[in-house]
Ligand binder design. Structure first.
Ligand code: DQA
Length: 142
């Protein structure tokens, strides 16, 4: 099984940015955690991060016919990007939306998620463990 884990803008700043929302683990810690988890489960994982909307769309398109599942935290593009929503819809790959923070308890503008319309599941507020839960969900649905 092949899983693509995609992180959007500012997630490379984990460990530095707003630790009260996102914790102290760095992006390197997160990628290591995901890679170790997937290796233990015999899952082939690709981990990708970009601050650019088009690069995220490109990576989702590249997954077509290759990946069996996508875990995506689009960062702030969650709340604005129809292009990323359309990309996920285009490839038709089972996708799980992850947010490290509890977005539902934050600002009004974070209450809109375009990507959610194309996702089988949403996980919020579980810190970086949410990515592992998303991977488990995709494995179970395989
Ligand atoms: C986030 C929540 C978004 O509102 C924010 O813009 C992010 C991170 C999260 O993981 O909690 O960049 O997706």
């Amino acid at each position: 099984m092949k899983i693509l884990v995609i992180n959007g803008p500012n997630l490379n700043m984990l460990g530095i940015r707003e630790p009260e929302h996102y914790g102290r683990e760095t992006y390197a810690d997160l990628t290591e955690k995901i890679r170790t988890y997937c290796a233990d489960k015999g899952i082939e994982v690709t981990v990708f991060q970009s601050n650019h909307e088009g690069a995220l769309v490109d990576e989702i398109q590249k997954a077509y016919g290759i990946m069996d599942g996508i875990v995506i935290n689009p960062g702030a593009y969650t709340h604005t990007s129809i292009a990323i929503l359309d990309a996920v819809k285009s490839v038709g790959i089972p996708t799980v939306e992850v947010h490290i923070s509890k977005v539902e308890e934050r600002e009004d503008f974070r209450q809109i998620s375009y990507i959610r319309l194309a996702c089988a599941k949403t996980i919020t507020g579980h810190g970086t463990d949410g990515y592992l839960e998303a991977i488990d969900y995709l494995i179970e649905g395989r």
